[in-house]
Design a protein around this ligand. Structure first.
Ligand SMILES: C[S@@+](CC[C@H](N)C(=O)[O-])C[C@H]1O[C@@H](n2cnc3c(N)ncnc32)[C@H](O)[C@@H]1O
Length: 383
């Protein structure tokens, strides 16, 4: 039976439109943008694809019930209206996690407990037995989301966050989240025709995400664990077929993606992560100091330079980045993300785009600079 269900794919601030476009491409329907999430509908094929194929989703949640509640009693009553034994049985394990932003409820743990009690009480009533709670690796992770009075209860089909692709076994200082890196590349509209360079590649996240995009490789094809694989309606033959189909859609990429870093340990870690991703043939990583760059022409740069909280840098650092871009990367485009919003202004080139994003809790700007041939025609901020 090709049952259609409603889902929510969660994402990071600023990536909602990119995720919307990705969902269109995998055949989802009724797609609607929310706050750090996108709602959609689809069958099991769409559900499995959304977990394996979406680059900018963190989790895909299957909606069970949407309701209003302004106290624990109503929350318990509404949670009890879900027929839990249609979803799982007493032999399964479960956990409840809550995200609460409400003046009516002020304790995540308490709201989780209310829903857990509603589930346990219902099983005891009808089955005289109850499923056990497993916080670490439950068969069913129930998700309660509350914004003021608006509540929704859903089941997490992804399990661990989808940014955990499995290739980043080691990491250098301050790595960027994989979902954020992929989202930035998709936001940039990189056309794959010019060389992609990350001159401060750290653990190689931009390089690997760019290589996966260039080869049309599904980001979580190799991942073994997904929440939906423990569900009682898991269709293993459909899942295997989708995996094979996604594999067939992979393409060759005849260019290289280049990563550099001043730190030898970062070069070693990046190379290792590239190998884990299986894309080491098209990604070249070497040690180099960005401030000693040779003259380059017609490149596409993307990087997140050191920022205060996690890696220290000297006072003129961002100004010097601007000087190198102006003099050594003519006829090129650079996308830079940093939480150092004032420092970014010191780059001294006029941005052609500015996008607000968050790296964890840190508010950032993703800025695009276009360097034109001949330093006199570069758009300097002072012009
Ligand atoms: C914020 S981290 C980049 C994180 C990276 N995007 C990732 O996902 O892991 C900044 C990186 O810049 C490197 N770096 C700092 N100064 C550099 C320079 N002058 N030339 C090249 N790399 C530099 C650091 O070694 C560090 O790996």
């Amino acid at each position: 039976m090709n049952e259609i269900n409603n889902y929510t794919a969660t994402t990071l601030y600023g990536l909602e439109k990119v995720l919307y476009d990705e969902l269109t491409q995998i055949g989802a329907s009724s797609i609607e943008i929310g706050n750090r999430c996108v709602y959609f509908s689809g069958d099991k094929t769409v559900l499995y694809k959304s977990n394996m194929n979406l680059r900018t989703a963190l989790k895909v949640l299957k909606t069970e019930r949407v309701f209003n509640a302004n106290n624990e009693k109503i929350l318990y009553h509404q949670a009890s209206k879900i027929k839990w034994d249609n979803i799982f049985n007493v032999h399964n394990t479960f956990s409840v996690s809550s995200t609460v932003n409400s003046k009516f409820f002020n304790h995540n743990k308490y709201t989780s407990l209310v829903v857990k009690d509603a589930i346990v009480d219902q099983f005891k009533k009808f089955h005289n037995n109850r499923p056990s709670v497993d916080i670490k690796s439950p068969d069913y992770n129930i998700n309660l989301h509350i914004t003021n009075k608006q509540c929704s209860i859903s089941i997490n089909s992804s399990g661990q966050s989808l940014h955990k692709r499995g290739y980043r076994l080691n990491q250098f200082k301050a790595p960027i989240n994989e979902v954020l890196a992929a989202g930035i590349i998709l936001l940039s509209g990189w056309d794959k025709k010019v060389s992609f360079i990350d001159p401060m590649c750290g653990s190689g996240t931009f390089l690997i995400e760019a290589a996966m995009i260039a080869t049309n490789k599904a980001p979580n094809l190799k991942r073994k664990s997904f929440g939906f694989k423990k569900w009682k309606n898991f269709d293993i033959s459909l899942y295997e077929k989708i995996k094979q189909d996604l594999k067939k859609e992979e393409k060759q990429y005849d260019k290289n993606i280049y990563g550099f870093d001043i730190a030898a340990s970062s070069v070693a870690i990046s190379r290792n992560n590239c190998q884990n991703s299986g894309l080491e043939k098209i990604i070249k990583v070497d040690g180099a100091n960005f401030f000693k760059s040779q003259n380059h022409n017609n490149c596409f740069l993307m990087f997140n330079p050191p920022y205060g909280r996690r890696i220290s840098y000297r006072p003129d650092y961002y100004k010097e980045i601007g000087d190198v871009l102006k003099h050594n990367y003519q006829n090129s485009t650079a996308w830079i993300i940093s939480s150092e919003i004032n420092e970014l202004k010191k780059i001294g080139l006029r941005p052609s785009r500015k996008i607000k994003l968050f790296n964890g809790q840190l508010e950032c700007r993703l800025i695009k600079f276009d360097m034109y041939p001949g330093s006199s025609s570069s758009k300097l901020l002072s012009e």
